[in-house]
Design a protein around this ligand. Sequence first.
Ligand SMILES: *Cc1c(COP(=O)(O)O)cnc(C)c1O
Length: 398
Amino acid sequence: MIEQLVSLLNACERDLNKPIALHEPCFSGNEYLYVKQCIDEQMVSSIGSFVTRFEQKLSQLTQAKYAIATVNGTAALHTCLLIAGVTPNSEVLTSPLSFVATSNCISYCHAFPNFVDIDETLNIDPDRLKKYLDKIGHYRNGVLTNKRSNRPIKALIVTHIFGHPADMDRLQEVCQAFDLTLLEDAAQGLGSTYKGKPVGHLGLAGAVSFNGNKIVTTGGGGAILTNHKDVAERAKHLTTTGKISHPWQYRHDCIAYNYRMPNLNAALGLAQLERFPAILKMKRKLAEFYLTNFKTEEAAFLTEPRYAHSNYWLNTLMLNSTMTHQRNKIIEQLAAQHIICRPAWDLHHTLPMYEHCERDQLNIAESLSPRIINLPSSAELIHHVEQSFIATRSAEIE
Ligand SMILES: *Cc1c(COP(=O)(O)O)cnc(C)c1O
């Protein structure tokens, strides 16, 4: 398996001393021009036209009615939780398999994550969610409450892991039955669609991230997506220090946050979004390349669920269960060949700050997550591997 992967990725002409990264940004459009314009116009901070242009472009690409740009994806998700009414000492259901920010945002609200198991798509399992709520949920004064902890359960955060959409219709059904607010951590999911609909605004609101390792980047940045006008207005207010709009007066009407994306980052981001459809195509092509050319008995390539189109943010190899103990060795051997792969994040309920949190049995998460290896997934990698692959193919034919 290692040899095959090395030969596939090394077939391309490349500097063998420069590692193939897990995920690198791709700057091939107006990035330099727009950032230079910001500097030339001395509009680098919280005022400037790029933020609005970035938001408009994002809303157009995602088909979300509203997009509110933020300093990062974590800030965007925190804001979503505040708007969903996640109050201190309440609980929010979520997956143990996500980047740590998902659970941290819950903690920022002085609330507690409550972990639900995943299915073979690596996303929250709607059936397990329902069974779990049947077991632990009861209504106290009309409020869904966890019988075991006596805390109200306010929301569900769904992460579309590695860009693969969760089964939103079925999750939404459970949320409606139990009167839970559905939020999406779509930090990894920009460009992914669920039954033809872009993810990120299928519930009340969702967060996307433009960190340097995401599918497109603003350096650091994020956004809140929603189709609800009141949510959008609240999001804008909470992320801009709660300042009442006025030509010169400074008056703030709530405790709020300095979460607005700076113009400089939005300039970089606008150039990235202009290239987004092309980048998305490259990402999907790279996934197809792995799927068709990398065949091993020892692992399976994770493909998009049948109801979805994935952006394949991180290409994922699922080791056979008999190979689990080999994971670290495989990652180290590939690193020695300058191919950077990564395991999944440690499950949240195993982290010291979350190990005492409420949770269902997490058998599937515990058995699948140690088998995950994320493969190099930079969009531009497709050009390198494709060229070399076509070259070796035609050499074989000759
Ligand atoms: C990247 C990421 C975040 C956080 O985004 P930042 O922009 O880095 O703050 C949150 N959740 C998930 C699932 C992520 O992958």
